[in-house]
Design a protein around this ligand. Structure first.
Ligand code: NAD
Length: 428
């Protein structure tokens, strides 16, 4: 989330400006792509369980839809800000382009904390969000999805409200629906697995055997849990994970040198990805301050919680042993920290490539919904692996050929594709 000193949208713009310059984009294209095409701010009044009315602030930002309808999640977070949503919508445009799926970039949010809301109140927020934005989204315009602290139940309430307003069935208006209600098998695993497919190929490209590696993860939610599952399946060892503690209002890192046991940790984790620290202690985990995840002596770091976690201050704490960073979260590394990582020779798989598995599977959900024919989980996972692997090598080859940082190579590919679409449409 944005704090006083960190504006994620400014960071997204700085990243764009640098690459736009290198690509030699004309002034009009630069002006078009450095800001969102459209954004909506609205209120959502909700009758709370105690009889009072509370007004929540909602957002939807559509950054660019030259390559297809906007696509992107809706986050519920107490510190949500419009600049975070703008940045995330921008990154969605580049993400869809780098994996070459025919969608644009969007993002939405509501300032709220689901920890303190009943299911009925959350349902009212979901339905209210749709009522305020229904005319500006839809299967051919902008397709929302789950994100931080939203899930398949929220998506189904949203679809139901949209269908009531529009008088028909519109399964293609939202993704991340429950399986059996238009959802795709494999969606839950997709982002985490995608992170590991690109990591697997990165290690292979650098002749490192994944079985000889260890990793530390920030966050223990949807992305981390499935990334860890697949990483362990390939023979890797996770020694540390961190998570947010709602009672103490701070994060903790859970460390075990011999390697964490995913199943036992899952048993003591709540639905928000918070690990019970007392139970973890009893299971033999060292419980450390949350920021210790970054200083572990491991080969691989996987930030998979929030933005702005690897910055000028924290980058100094990265151990010399670290050779790879696979970014599960959106925007975890600042451009200043990037320069340090580049100097240290750390191989970074940038967020919008590494975590593109989620949107790729959402795109598969749309395809299956349109056909009204659903693939097996194996088919989905196999297709996902192909898309992620192909996208990784597209970026890796450019980065090797030009001798540039992986993030710059990924941006070059994505921005060039979107700029070309704008040009072909005659927008610039
Ligand atoms: P989630 O809500 O399931 O999990 C978030 C995890 O981060 C939880 O374990 C939480 O305890 C932890 N956390 C929160 N604040 C923390 C802090 N200060 N320190 C340490 N841990 C903290 O969310 P998710 O779906 O796993 O998403 C994680 C990141 O990945 C986000 O940046 C999200 O935008 C990005 N992402 C998610 C998807 C997806 O499909 N879920 C796709 C692309 C990108």
């Amino acid at each position: 989330m944005e704090d006083k000193s960190f504006n994620p949208f400014k960071m997204a713009q700085r990243q764009f400006d640098e690459i736009a310059e290198q690509l030699g984009l004309d002034q009009g294209t630069k002006e078009l792509l450095r800001v969102p095409s459209r954004e909506y701010h609205f209120t959502i009044p909700v009758k709370m369980d105690d009889g009072t009315t509370k007004v929540f602030q909602g957002f939807r930002v559509q950054h660019n839809d030259a390559r297809g309808p906007s696509k992107g999640g809706i986050r519920f977070h107490p510190q949500e800000t419009i600049n975070t949503v703008r940045a995330l919508a921008t990154w969605m445009t580049w993400k869809c382009a780098v994996v070459d799926i025919p969608l644009g970039g969007g993002k939405g949010g509501v300032i709220c904390d689901p920890h303190n809301l009943s299911m009925r109140e959350q349902e009212q927020i979901c339905r209210g969000w749709i009522r305020q934005i229904a005319v500006n989204i839809g299967p051919l315009q902008d397709i929302p999805a789950p994100d931080v602290m939203t899930n398949s139940q929220h998506m189904l309430w949203m679809m139901d409200e949209y269908e009531k307003l529009n008088g028909g069935k519109f399964p293609g208006m939202i993704t991340g629906k429950p399986v059996g209600m238009g959802g795709s098998l494999g969606r839950t695993e997709a982002t985490g697995y995608g992170v590991i497919y690109t990591l697997r190929e990165a290690l292979k490209s650098k002749n490192v055997d994944i079985k000889d590696t260890s990793a530390s993860f920030q966050g223990f939610g949807n992305v981390s849990q499935f990334a860890i599952e697949l990483y362990h399946k390939y023979g890797g060892k996770t020694v540390c994970v961190s998570s947010w503690d709602q009672d103490d209002q701070k994060s903790y890192a859970f460390y075990k040198e011999s390697g964490i046991n995913l199943d036992e940790l899952l048993e003591i984790t709540d639905k928000f990805g918070g690990i019970d620290k007392d139970k973890a202690k009893n299971l033999g985990y060292e419980v450390l301050p949350g920021d210790e995840w970054i200083s572990r002596e491991v080969d691989i770091l996987v930030p998979a919680a929030l933005e702005n976690q690897i910055n000028v201050d924290t980058v100094q704490n990265i151990s010399k042993k670290v050779k790879f960073i696979a970014e599960g979260a959106n925007g975890p590394t600042t451009p200043e920290a990037d320069k340090v990582l580049s100097k240290l020779g750390i191989f970074v798989i940038p967020d919008f490539l590494s975590n593109a598995g989620g949107v790729t599977c959402s795109y598969f959900e749309q395809i299956q919904g349109n056909m009204n024919f659903f693939w097996t989980k194996e088919e989905v996972i196999e297709k996902l692996d192909k898309v992620m692997t192909k996208a990784f090598y597209g970026v890796y080859e450019l980065s090797e050929r030009k001798g540039i940082f992986m993030r710059d190579a990924a941006y070059m590919i994505a921005i060039a594709r979107v700029a070309e679409a704008c040009k072909l449409r005659g927008w610039v």
